[in-house]
Ligand binder design. Structure first.
Ligand code: HEM
Length: 513
């Protein structure tokens, strides 16, 4: 590892689009022509009337909220045509994604209705309702994504599949990432990728941690899913995949020059590569990682394998990268947590020095002994809001308490709103990994089942990569913390440029030993 690389954490958050008013030098307007005066008089009546009509319409449609005799949870309809979409978007794309939901909760309660994505939606910050929705997946609710997204990630993938097809794919994904596979295959491979990434830094290099985490997560995914280790192949896949992810999060305009179009092309190239690996695996020319195991198992067609892998790449990449980045970001502000984490990992490292003075790879037992690391990961997932909300649709009219959620409505369990709720997690806005050591928080902490803490979702769509993600993040923290010293010279630079970017940068310098 280089002795003095400097890490710079960088998160770029797209904030409210800025409307720029361009003050051009106009000619002075001609003095009032009769036609201009008439237009002004007409508009001076029309505008106030329109304002009153919109106001009355908004107040009539809010709170009571009846649709065809069914009582929806309380809420407003937002503005004509756009509904609440603008406030929703501004909020979820900002550094405080829960703002819109928290405002609505204060007005209407924890389960409320609004209009987003051009449809009626029931949004929930209520842990019990969220659990009800997640655990009735396939029965009362189904996952719901726009067609453009489905075209991009593939119709045969586990994320978009429904019913029996979904159950089959979910089962395959869960089996592929079971604990025994993590132990026997992933544990060593992950550490090799970590070494490869960290040893590539030069002395005195300033590194954007955001880029490192993204690259590391892609390397891990490509290595584990496709069995690819050669640096050039990984680099090529990383580029394709980066374009693919950007397209998933952009406007679905399939014209050259637009991110969605580039992503569609990247998808074709990724599929071509996956199919090449399938052929090579059949000929015994390569290991093929998870692809190899799917080929061996033989229950999926080649097209289905390609979609399946793209789904896993999509679901596992950005989530893992962001958790690694946020963990370091939160630690940079918490010297006590860094010291405790360092002590845990120094202990493990000192026991691992072999007779030749070299350091062996971490074993499964050592991974399992990283209890404070697990606290840091849980707290990062709670506070960092990696998976902010889930998208569901009511398959039929659903009765819940006094309400009826009409068939076809969007249903949005807003996980982050529960994670940031003061009544559920005391001191909710503070990074406090020690909270998870509290005996009364042990039930709450059970991320497979707890209604209060569900960073990996729940029910039939519970993240099948959760254990793998936790292993990757723990090993990342291990290699990072034993290699670099945190220099608590915290340098926060917030730039809100007209170009809608907000940057938070902080420096942490390397360990001297
Ligand atoms: C910290 C990292 C991660 C977080 C926070 C996370 C979170 C989630 C959440 C909340 C869901 C539920 C989505 C829903 O209900 O609609 C989910 C689903 C999923 N995750 Fe993860 N995930 C992470 C890492 C991974 C990794 C590493 C993989 C695989 C390599 C993965 C694969 C999947 C798949 C395939 C699904 C879809 C499951 C289904 O629909 O049946 N995730 N993840």
């Amino acid at each position: 590892m280089p002795a003095n690389a400097i890490f710079r954490i960088q998160t770029i958050i797209v904030t409210t689009p800025t409307i720029i008013i361009n003050h051009r030098h106009h000619q002075p307007p001609p003095t009032g022509t009769p036609l201009g005066v008439k237009k002004m008089v007409v508009w001076s009546y029309v505008i106030p009337v329109l304002v009153v009509v919109i106001y009355v319409a908004k107040s009539l449609t809010s709170k009571r909220n009846m649709v065809a005799g069914k009582r929806l949870p309380p809420g407003g309809r937002g503005w004509p045509l756009v509904g609440d979409s603008i406030s929703w978007y501004n909020s979820v794309a900002s550094s405080h994604p829960t703002t819109f939901v928290q405002q609505q909760v204060l007005r209407y309660g924890k389960i409320f209705s609004c209009n987003i994505f051009g449809r009626r939606a029931v949004v929930s910050a209520d842990p019990v309702f969220n659990r009800f929705v997640m655990h009735n997946e396939g029965k009362l609710f189904k996952s719901s994504y726009p067609k453009s997204f489905r075209d991009l990630v593939g119709a045969n993938g586990v994320i978009t599949a429904q019913g029996d097809q979904h159950r089959k794919l979910h089962m395959i994904a869960s089996n592929m990432m079971r604990t025994d596979t993590l132990k026997s295959r992933f544990l060593t491979d992950i550490q090799l990728v970590m070494h490869q990434t960290f040893t590539n830094f030069h002395h005195d290099q300033t590194i954007l941690l955001q880029d490192v985490c993204r690259k590391l997560a892609i390397n891990l995914m490509v290595n584990q899913l496709l069995g690819v280790l050669s640096e050039s192949e990984v680099g090529e896949m990383a580029e394709l995949f980066s374009a693919f992810v950007d397209g998933c999060l952009s406007l679905p305009i399939s014209l050259p020059g637009f991110a969605y179009h580039t992503a569609m092309n990247a998808r074709k190239n990724i599929i071509r590569k996956i199919k090449k690996i399938i052929v090579e695996t059949r000929h015994g020319d390569c290991d093929g990682g998870l692809v190899g195991r799917l080929v061996e198992e033989g229950s999926l067609s080649d097209d289905a394998i390609a979609d399946f892998i793209i789904n896993l790449l999509f679901a596992g990449n950005e989530t893992t990268a962001k958790t690694m980045l946020f963990a370091i970001y939160f630690l940079t502000n918490s010297p006590d947590a860094v010291n405790q984490l360092l002590e845990e990992h120094e202990n493990i490292r000192s026991k691992r020095l072999n007779s030749r003075g070299e350091i062996d790879m971490i074993t499964w037992e050592e991974y399992k002994s990283m209890s404070f690391t697990q606290n840091v990961i849980d707290e990062t997932l709670r506070l960092g809001g990696i998976a902010i909300w889930l998208m569901r649709e009511a398959k039929e009219d659903v009765k819940y308490e006094d309400y009826v959620i009409p068939k076809g409505s969007f249903v949005v369990p807003f996980l982050s709103a529960v994670h940031h709720d003061e009544n559920v997690h005391e001191g909710a806005t503070t990074f406090n990994p020690w909270r998870w050591m509290n005996s009364e928080n042990q039930d709450k902490r059970n991320w497979r089942n707890s209604p209060f803490y569900s960073p990996f979702g729940g029910g039939a769509r519970l993240c099948p990569g959760a254990e793998l993600a936790r292993l990757q993040i723990a090993l990342f923290l291990h290699y990072f913390i034993i290699s670099y010293r945190f220099d608590f010279f915290f340098h926060a630079l917030i730039l809100v440029c007209g170009a809608k970017l907000r940057r938070i940068e902080c420096l942490s310098s390397p360990r001297q030993d």
